[in-house]
Design a protein around this ligand. Structure first.
Ligand SMILES: NC(=O)c1ccc[n+]([C@@H]2O[C@H](COP(=O)([O-])OP(=O)(O)OC[C@H]3O[C@@H](n4cnc5c(N)ncnc54)[C@H](OP(=O)(O)O)[C@@H]3O)[C@@H](O)[C@H]2O)c1
Length: 399
């Protein structure tokens, strides 16, 4: 029986993980959950799964969860511990009873707990790519020290992980990460300034959380994935290529030195990579079938780095690593939030990130504390840039 802690249980990946647990009651049990502020969803999950401990992002959310649970006869402290904040998330991630941690909090908020889980010797199912972008070098070093796998849940890296089982790392010529191209693949660049939040949230193939959906529209998500692939599979950026594949049927490919290319195909359903990670190294029967006979065409084209400068910025950060990579994620997080709030335009997202990278000194953090401090510096630069772009400083907005 695999005993699971879920970080980000109320999110898209968290809920899909729980649906897998529901389908395989003899294989998996939930021992702890961490959520943000969605008290209603956390309440339903706590009531259903009876974990030993639940963490919420704020004390208010934790209090509210505790009173809802009391009202249905679940006594906080006695039956279930309710904690909160970054410390609470770490408690959920390092609970001794869990042997597997699903890391699916969005953004750098999930970093400390993911790192502490690796340090505590847990096996990680990794969805949170931002923590690999910000601190991939530190996390992979720690996982190697404990000889524990980091099992990617991100569909592309999960596909690469599967294909990598067909050869040795030194036999890899190249990794091909496929990209759907997002909703603006065929939108002319001249129209990018008028892209609305609604349009950007309308992803053609996947239903995901808001941050990753906007990141998919700017191709920053693919950029993050390039960095994640470099860190997870110990490859330099020049060995990780992006190819636009609008059908999202092939989730990624690995090309070996003899010229063979292995690809992984499956339905576009995140439950499959989650199931793979949870059952690795075994495979178990599932109802997730792909209708091969309906497969009519597979299209590919190179990404347009002029139209999607976020991808170019991510390659630069992949090369530089350290503080540049931390700043890439931090600046993107602030810029995406500002776009979602209607404060800046779609085109301002890469402008903000570029400005922050420009002002970031190349350094390599030696601890998570240092990563978090670099993250804070980059956020403050990004907030400043956003304020200028949105004209909220009282100064005129920049073009
Ligand atoms: N969705 C996908 O298909 C997909 C695919 C590949 C990779 N990923 C990656 O997986 C991660 C999660 O994505 P998602 O789409 O599941 O996002 P999501 O639906 O927005 O869910 C995010 C989760 O993080 C929690 N959270 C946010 N801030 C928190 C904080 N300060 N402390 C504790 N929990 C916090 C949220 O809690 P509340 O809702 O309670 O506030 C929610 O449970 C991201 O890193 C994303 O890039 C997602």
């Amino acid at each position: 029986m695999r005993k699971i802690a879920i970080l980000g249980s109320t999110g898209s990946i968290g809920r899909s993980t729980l649906s897998i647990v529901e389908s395989y009651p003899d294989r998996f049990a939930v021992v702890s959950l961490a959520a943000g502020e969605n008290v209603d969803a956390a309440f339903e999950q706590a009531r259903r799964w009876k974990p030993r401990i639940v963490s919420m992002a704020t004390p208010e959310a934790a209090d509210s969860l505790a009173s809802k649970l009391s009202a249905v006869g679940i006594r906080p402290l006695r039956d279930m511990e309710i904690v909160f904040g970054a410390k609470g998330t770490v408690q959920v991630a390092t609970i001794p009873q869990a042997d597997f941690v699903v890391s699916a909090i969005v953004g750098v908020a999930g970093l400390e707990a993911t790192y502490e889980a690796v340090k505590a010797g847990k096996t990680i199912g990794l969805a949170n790519k931002e923590c690999m972008v910000a601190a991939g070098e530190l996390i992979t070093a720690e996982a190697r020290r404990h000889n524990k796998p980091l099992l990617p849940i991100d569909s592309e890296h999960n596909a690469v992980h599967q294909c990598m089982r067909g050869g040795r790392l030194e036999e890899v010529r190249k990794v091909w990460l496929t990209a759907s191209g997002g909703p603006f693949l065929n939108t002319p660049k001249k129209d990018f300034d008028t892209i609305t939040v609604q349009q950007a949230l309308n992803h053609p193939t996947w239903k995901m959380g808001q941050r990753i959906t906007i990141d998919s529209a700017t191709l920053m998500n693919k950029g993050f994935e390039v960095i994640e692939a470099c860190r997870l599979f110990h490859l330099p950026p020049k060995q990780v290529d992006v190819i636009v594949h609008p059908q999202s049927t092939i989730h990624s490919m690995v090309e070996f030195v003899d010229g063979s290319i292995l690809a992984q195909l499956s339905v576009t359903d995140m439950r499959l990579p989650i199931l793979y990670a949870l059952t690795y190294p075994d495979r178990v029967e599932s109802d997730l079938t792909f209708p091969v006979h309906e497969l009519k065409r597979l299209d590919f084209q190179p990404p347009d780095m002029e139209k999607f400068p976020c991808l170019r910025l991510a390659y630069e950060a992949a090369e530089a690593g350290g503080a540049t990579s931390v700043a890439l994620n931090a600046a993107d997080e602030i810029a995406v939030a500002a776009f979602l709030a209607g404060d800046i335009r779609f085109n301002d997202i890469p402008l903000t990130i570029q400005a922050v990278l420009h002002e970031t000194k190349a350094r390599h953090p030696e601890s998570i504390k240092e990563v978090l401090s670099m993250d804070e510096t980059a956020r403050s630069l990004a907030r400043d840039k956003v304020a200028r772009l949105s004209g909220k400083t009282g100064r005129p907005a920049l073009a």
